[in-house]
Design a protein around this ligand. Structure first.
Ligand SMILES: Nc1ncnc2c1ncn2[C@@H]1O[C@H](COP(=O)(O)OP(=O)(O)OP(=O)(O)O)[C@@H](O)[C@H]1O
Ligand SMILES: [Mg+2]
Length: 394
């Protein structure tokens, strides 16, 4: 008996190392490809500049390719963080029917002509507390998987309904709390999955698609998000008979105002009106990028490389309107502590945090602390412009 337990323990360990190997291998493969594209295209720009080329088009193309590759790297990291349940979520009371209705144009475009889309919205659907962007992302991921499983066309049905997971169900499933859930079921008439595929489908980098067709991160991202949101996910599928994926999100009982989705401003980035912004960032290149971008937008910028220097700046410049600070800072004062100290002196000071990876300072139980405004790196110039205006306007 003991020997058998030991053997099982060893087996689990080996499986863990296997999974880790698959994970690191997958990351290395994808990142090296992306870096290769970025570096290669930047080299082209450099070579062209060296021979005196200054035509905007001949330089613009490789810059575009490099940018697109860098965006893919950012997306890859987001997916990995979602799987690791390390994505800082911003859950708000949600009307899921409205969210799905809002996605219908995008879904039609994604699925193409050959696939029929039917949306069946449950009546008097409960509210849930979830991150709207991530939920859209999850539904889109499922739709893309279904599209890929129906190369010759077919039908995709998205259905919402109130649902109850009872004790009997909860005991048969790993880590499910019995109770009231809102169910989103995504069903396709595609090729279906074998039991072996179902077993592995949530593993990061598990894919049955051709090299270059899928990274195998879609379902792992959905899984991580649903778990982090206190929900449950289940695959029902048979080879040749289509697939249903059920997402359960916990019912939000306290009835509260459903927040309106924020309208993302299109067009020229929102400009500043010479407000004074203090940029605190220890990474020199990132700091310079922020300074450059904010000046271009019409802000007056002061900068500091750590918390102590930032406090000195705040003491000497009472006209600072906004503190834009990295969360992780060297020198014993992190961004959160800096903001707290600064606000003792200047209670009206606005704060916008930034980070490459949200740590415990501002994220607890996977959620942003209330009232915290965060922009995650990498972000675009337009995104920064919009957030700074938004925070200054509060
Ligand atoms: N609706 C579906 N029908 C049939 N098989 C599916 C379906 N959804 C997922 N699968 C199977 O599960 C695997 C993993 O799915 P997942 O979304 O995680 O990765 P992927 O789609 O292969 O790649 P990525 O989503 O990163 O582009 C797929 O490769 C496919 O074999
Ligand atoms: Mg996928």
């Amino acid at each position: 008996m003991r020997r058998r337990e030991q053997a099982e323990e060893v087996l689990r360990h080996v499986q863990k190392i296997d999974a880790l190997g698959q994970l690191t291998g997958g990351i290395a493969h994808d990142f090296n490809n992306i870096l290769h594209v970025i570096l290669g295209n930047l080299e082209i720009v450099e070579r062209r500049l060296n021979v005196g080329e200054s035509d905007a088009r001949s330089l613009g193309r490789p810059i575009q390719f490099a940018t697109r590759a860098a965006e893919q790297a950012a997306a890859l990291i987001r997916k990995l963080l979602a799987f690791g349940r390390r994505q800082p979520l911003d859950p708000k009371p949600l009307d899921v029917n409205k969210l799905i209705t809002g996605m219908s144009d995008m879904l039609h475009r994604t699925l193409g002509e050959a696939i029929d889309l039917e949306i069946v919205l449950g009546a008097r659907l409960w509210q849930t507390l979830a991150d709207a962007n991530e939920l859209e992302n999850a539904i889109l991921n499922l739709a893309v998987n279904s599209r890929d499983a129906m190369p010759a066309g077919g039908k995709l049905t998205i259905e919402t309904t109130n649902s109850y997971l009872d004790e009997t169900y909860a005991v048969t499933e790993e880590s499910v709390q019995p109770g009231q859930y809102l169910l989103i079921a995504v069903t396709d008439t595609g090729k279906g999955m074998s039991p072996a595929t179902i077993e592995k489908a949530f593993d990061p980098f598990f894919t049955t698609k051709e090299m270059g067709q899928g990274t195998g991160l879609g379902l792992s991202q959905v899984y991580g998000f649903i778990k982090q949101s206190g929900g449950h996910i289940k695959i029902y599928s048979e080879e040749g008979n289509g697939t249903t994926i059920k997402l359960y999100l916990p019912r939000l009982v306290a009835s509260s105002e459903v927040v309106e989705e924020k309208v993302i401003a299109e067009g020229a980035p929102a400009r500043g009106h010479a407000e004074v912004v203090l940029v605190v960032e220890d990474h020199t290149d990132a700091r310079n990028l922020a300074i450059y971008g904010l000046r271009e937008l019409g802000y007056e910028v002061i900068d500091a490389a750590d918390g102590q220097a930032a406090l000195r700046a705040i003491a000497s410049r009472p006209d600072i309107s906004l503190l834009f600070t990295d969360v992780g800072l060297p020198g014993g004062l992190d961004g959160r502590q800096l903001a707290e100290e600064a606000r003792q002196r200047r209670p009206d000071l606005k704060v916008l945090y930034t980070t490459g990876y949200a740590r415990n300072a501002i994220v607890h139980q996977g959620r942003l602390d209330p009232g915290v405004e965060l922009i995650v790196k990498p972000f675009t110039h337009a995104e920064l412009a919009a957030r700074i205006r938004d925070v200054l306007g509060r």
